[in-house]
Design a protein around this ligand. Structure first.
Ligand code: 13P
Length: 274
């Protein structure tokens, strides 16, 4: 047993990535090849246990703070729901070189992994920024496409951070406890673009989850991939309530601002929202 709160061995990290894939699948947030998942680990990992091939890899942006880290990342087009059963076939490991412009990619020859996810720039950008700011030794980042959050992001009345949070935080008392800063709304941006990458980096500085309009979410956790899943699930459940209420005539009360404030006081929630 290690002394840290996050998974440390490659076996444990891949198992946690697999568990996250199964859980995201169970909430219909990763249809087919949708979604992607990455983990950074500062301590060197025994890569030879899982991977039998390697090649040099140029990184899509310079990530100098990740030098020496290993980035485990799902392959473009890989199904996250299959990571649990066949982790080495669907995940690659990039050991980042000094300067952060390139790395060595370790993968399983003949597996599904051909190249990292098309959202690799956002994963790397968020990891590099969090290591620079907070020195994290471990972090998980997930992009998923939870249907109710994504649907709300198509409706003009929810296309703003304040409007979105008002809608999704009002259904269960624990939502504000788990997401004290709420969810940051980002307007539509082209998948994999530099613009989306920069917005994820900025948005995930003071939020655990950002909503990409008309696309999905990105979440981070320095506990585990499942920890990032949990945050997505809390937000998605709030969106599910909002959607069901809209679809059934909008008669449900939801928690009032005053009721939410009582929760915030009772649980000493560090939030400015209620
Ligand atoms: P990848 O298969 O390249 O990870 O892309 C899936 C996705 O959801 C892009 O936003």
């Amino acid at each position: 047993m290690g002394t840290t709160s996050y998974p440390e061995t490659l076996t444990d990290i891949l198992a946690s990535m697999g568990a996250a894939g199964r859980r995201l699948n169970s909430i219909d947030a990763i249809e087919a090849g949708a979604g992607n998942l990455s983990v950074i680990a500062r301590e060197p990992l025994e890569l030879g246990e899982f991977f039998d091939a390697e090649r040099p890899l140029e990184l899509p942006l310079a990530v100098p703070h990740l030098a020496g880290y290993t980035v485990l990342v799902t392959g473009s087009g890989c199904r996250l729901r299959e990571v649990g059963d066949q982790p080495a076939h669907n995940v690659g490991a990039v050991v980042v070189h000094e300067g952060g412009r390139a790395g060595t990619l370790h993968y399983r020859a003949g597996g599904n992994f051909v190249r990292p996810t098309s959202e690799f720039n956002s994963h790397l950008g968020v990891h590099d920024d969090q290591v620079a700011r907070r020195g994290v030794a471990f972090q998980a980042v997930i992009h998923a496409q939870p249907p109710h959050l994504t649907l709300l992001s198509h409706l003009p009345e929810f296309q703003g951070t304040a409007e979105l949070n008002r809608a999704i935080l009002r259904w269960e008392p624990e939502t504000i406890v788990q997401l004290p800063e709420g969810v940051k709304f980002l307007p539509f941006m082209v998948p994999g673009s530099d613009e989306l990458m920069a917005s994820n980096v900025a948005g995930l500085r003071d939020h655990q989850v950002v909503l990409w309009a008309k696309h999905g979410v990105m979440a981070r956790s320095d506990v585990s991939p499942l920890g990032a899943c949990d945050k997505i699930e809390y937000a998605e459940t709030g969106a599910l309530y909002e959607y069901k209420n809209l679809a059934t005539g909008g008669r449900a009360q939801g928690l009032s601002d005053e009721e939410l404030h009582r929760v915030v006081e009772a649980f000493h929630v560090p939030t400015t929202l209620f």
